[in-house]
Design a protein around this ligand. Structure first.
Ligand code: ADP
Ligand code: ASP
Ligand code: MG
Length: 411
């Protein structure tokens, strides 16, 4: 049985016309002899609409009920799409996460997939030619509905592909591949033909929302090739695969940005063992992900500790810190939500020096102040004022010549 897993994002299933194009792609693959697992997102804007709706009903929506609500977006799209296929005489059936089942942990709103029953899916595939699966959702061990975090349908699709040893997982979206940066804010962005899992992982982690981070983690772990491509053209897109020799020459392969950052500074905390633990343990216990962290050199035994959290968690983080401050002992707790992180990414950085200097001088030339810097082997990130995000992205993109073909990328 040749199995193809295809995921279509929100803009690809936004209305009847878009879904018709998806249907034609699926029909084309049936003609080629594939059984097709189609993973769908909610129709464009629907998940945001449901989040907005919940905020009118409750100040702090219950996380379990929130997942019950948000999962309805995907339920609508799979039902509509399956009807369309059936009108064409296709043997198709829709499946919600719990009907497969896609087993997850209990982290409502950001659940992790634990298991997909391969035998059961293969059994279903004996009866149907197309399985239309609701992305973004699963169920925990008590059959409660869970969701996988924003953009989670990518992960649903890669997990299905991994479970079924599919040849490839195709991610169809509104751009025709992974670009050197977001093509919607930088017209000079260039499509990358092939990108390594690690590089894609950094791009996604640094904010390139074209793929959800966990989908790339999953693909890397189970060695599933991902093909990111457009629903609205037949063009080859970007292959996300294991690193190979042809990828090594580019010093920097992409620029990403993340506006979902808020900065918190604890002023004048004691510079002594245990202070960082006192600050970050309760934040981590609340499941809040801390990103960049800097601790200034100490002055007379005191220091400032600055870090970033997602914008949506700022209020909760501040509440935790205020509650714990008797123990932490900060003189003041400052915060700023008008910040963004821009990052340059490239596996080639391992073998090149001077990447940071190029990035910093490019930002300096535009008079953009850097508040925090963080680096890894293959990325440099700078926290800047949010209003300069687009300018910073375009500037860095140009500074690293990303609009030019790299010397030796073979695809
Ligand atoms: P879908 O609804 O299909 O899942 P998303 O909106 O989640 O689509 O992801 C596609 C979007 O990702 C593009 O429209 C683009 O604006 C954005 N994006 C950000 N960085 C990149 C990048 N490096 N390459 C391609 N797209 C990117
Ligand atoms: N519908 C969900 C979202 O908007 C999941 C997805 O589209 O991948 O985040
Ligand atoms: Mg997406």
């Amino acid at each position: 049985m040749r199995i193809l897993v295809q995921k279509y994002g929100g803009t690809s299933v936004a209305d009847y016309e878009c879904m018709s194009q998806v249907r034609d792609k699926v029909l084309g693959n049936l003609d080629k002899g594939y059984k097709v697992i189609v993973v769908l997102s909610a129709m464009s804007g629907e998940t945001n609409r449901l989040i907005e709706l919940a905020s009118k009903w409750s100040k702090r929506p219950d996380p379990c009920e929130m997942d019950v609500l948000l999962s309805t977006g995907e339920q609508t799209s799979i039902a509509l799409f399956t009807m369309m296929l059936k009108d064409y005489g296709i043997k198709a059936r829709s499946f919600l996460g719990f009907q497969i089942p896609i087993q997850t942990d209990k982290s409502f709103g950001k659940a992790r997939i634990l298991d997909i029953d391969k035998d059961r899916v293969e059994e279903i595939l004996e009866k149907y030619d197309v399985l239309v699966v609701a992305g973004f959702q699963g169920c925990d061990c008590e059959q409660r509905i869970t969701t996988l975090g924003r953009g989670g349908s990518d992960t649903s699709a890669v997990a299905m592909a991994a479970a079924l040893d599919a040849e490839v997982c195709e991610i169809y979206t509104d751009v025709d591949g992974v670009y050197t940066t977001d093509p919607n804010i930088c017209p000079q962005a260039r499509k990358i033909n092939k990108i390594a899992y690690d590089e894609m992982l950094e791009m996604a982690s640094m904010g390139a929302k074209v793929l959800q981070i966990r989908s790339v983690e999953f693909a890397k772990k189970y060695n599933v090739p991902i093909h990111v491509r457009s629903t609205f053209s037949a063009e080859q897109g970007t292959l996300v695969v294991q690193e190979d020799i042809s990828m090594e020459s580019a010093m920097v392969s992409g620029v990403a940005y993340d506006k979902d950052q808020a900065r918190i500074t604890l002023v004048d905390v004691y510079d002594e063992p245990g202070v960082a633990a006192k600050i970050f343990e309760p934040i981590s216990a609340a499941n809040i992900v801390v990103d960049m962290i800097v601790q200034n050199p100490s002055r007379e035994g005191k220091t400032d500790m600055t870090f970033t959290v997602p914008k949506s968690n700022i209020e909760e983080t501040l509440n935790i810190l205020k509650r714990k401050n008797e123990d932490i002992g900060a003189r003041a707790i400052l915060h700023d939500a008008d910040v963004a992180k821009v990052s340059v990414i490239g596996v080639g950085m391992r073998n090149h020096s001077g990447v940071a200097a190029i990035a910093f001088s490019a930002l300096k030339n535009e008079n953009i102040n850097i508040m925090i810097i963080s680096t890894s082997e293959i990325k440099i990130s700078c926290l800047i004022e949010e209003k300069y995000t687009e300018l910073a992205v375009r500037t860095l993109h140009e500074a690293f010549g990303l609009d030019q073909e790299p010397p030796k990328q073979v695809c």
